[in-house]
Design a protein around this ligand. Structure first.
Ligand SMILES: [Zn+2]
Length: 388
């Protein structure tokens, strides 16, 4: 997990006057400082600061103005920020209390909990309603994962900008069949104006891209890995000479091994024009018969399925090769790595150190908070901006 969090500071000499009188209905904008009052706070550097009692020149309302990083509460924004940071980094609420107390900052675990929840609630976007205020991208990556909440597995969907890796949305899903994924993904595709869906090889997301009329890129890393494993396994079976299903079709072992080697080579070069070559090979095995119920699939039938699947998959696997910007550069790299990284870093990593979330809502909100921090790696996320 990489994070770049900027802690709030306490500036005892900088006062933040309100723009407008806090008294309801008063539009006064000028205030007279009446009296200094000292205020004890919980902070890493300043045990005490000075607040001002101020009076509105319009209505006479008296209120306090605190230095930057302090409000009417006792715990400074810096300490709340440290609590949130430690929690994000993997400490439990109780452990944050122990660490901060041992450093002389008296904060209870309930306050730690409240600080984390308060910041999480301020995360803008990453919720469908808000995300979608004008952000556009040509391609999104989508994936589904699950986390344990209160003893039950909860399905979580994540959508990233497939071009730059920004996390766009983290949502709880009722399940992961095609219809449920479509209900979730379609409004996001509409909102960001995406033409392309990047995903792994799961059928449900293929259907979503078909039914929403989007092009699809199936992650090349997944397909390469699966294909290599199958080529190795089938080649070994053919080499062992125990399976006679190919002989029965009049296909020699040499021919079959050559076909597998050709697939291995094509899956690495991923040239869009190889689809017809795959079709030709598939046709050699097309008549292989499905073994009877309860019988193991033989080599011939498995060859048929493998070549049929890769032939059909080819346009989705090689889509990125032909999708280029004005300068002729590929726009996406053909993998769903942005999505996988986002799940690993922003959802799973924090989650690993606990035995599961207690509430679904915190699972979502904490994941969104961490992902939001992840979206701000370059310039850093100012925690003060997320504190009311
Ligand atoms: Zn006033």
């Amino acid at each position: 997990m990489r994070l770049n969090l900027i802690l709030p500071k306490v500036e005892p000499t900088q006062y933040e006057y309100p723009k407008k009188c806090p008294q309801k209905g008063c539009r006064g904008m000028r205030f007279t400082p009446r009296q200094e009052v000292s205020k004890k706070i919980v902070d890493a550097q300043h045990p005490e600061v000075t607040a001002w009692r101020c009076e509105c020149r319009k209505c006479g309302h008296v209120f306090r103005v605190y230095p930057k990083g302090v409000n009417q509460k006792q715990i400074s924004k810096r300490v709340n920020g440290m609590a949130v940071m430690m929690y994000i980094l993997g400490l439990s609420y109780g452990a944050v209390e122990i660490v901060l107390n041992s450093l002389g900052m008296g904060i209870g675990k309930t306050s730690v909990f409240r600080a984390v929840q308060a910041v999480a609630k301020q995360v803008p976007g990453l919720k469908r309603e808000k995300l979608l205020s004008g952000y556009k991208t040509k391609a999104v990556g989508a994936d589904v994962t699950s986390v344990r909440c209160n003893g039950k597995w909860v399905t979580i969907g994540i959508v990233v900008d497939a071009v730059n890796g920004m996390v766009l949305s983290i949502d709880k899903l009722p399940g992961e069949d095609a219809e449920q994924l479509k209900t979730w993904l379609e409004p996001i595709l509409e909102a960001v104006d995406a033409d392309v869906v990047v995903s792994d090889d799961a059928d449900a997301l293929k259907r979503v891209s078909d039914e929403t009329g989007r092009s699809q890129q199936v992650c090349k890393s997944h397909v390469v890995r699966n294909t290599e494993a199958l080529v190795a396994e089938l080649s070994a079976l053919i080499g062992a000479g125990q399976d006679h299903s190919l002989d029965a079709m009049g296909i020699t072992s040499e021919q079959a091994l050559e076909d597998l080697a050709a697939l291995q080579e094509m899956i690495h070069s991923r040239r869009p024009e190889d689809q017809s070559r795959l079709e030709k090979i598939y046709l050699r095995y097309a008549n292989a018969r499905k073994p009877g119920k309860g019988k193991k699939y033989d080599v011939a039938y498995r060859m048929r399925n493998l070549f049929m699947d890769r032939w059909n998959l080819w346009p989705r696997l090689t889509f990125y090769r032909n999708w280029k910007d004005e300068d002729g550069n590929e726009i996406i790299d053909g993998t769903n790595n942005h999505c996988e990284r986002a799940i690993g870093w922003w959802i799973k990593e924090r989650y690993r150190s606990m035995r599961g979330y207690k509430q679904e809502q915190s699972a979502l909100e904490i994941s969104r908070l961490i992902a939001f921090a992840g979206n701000h790696l370059a310039r850093g996320l100012r925690l003060a901006d997320l504190m009311a």
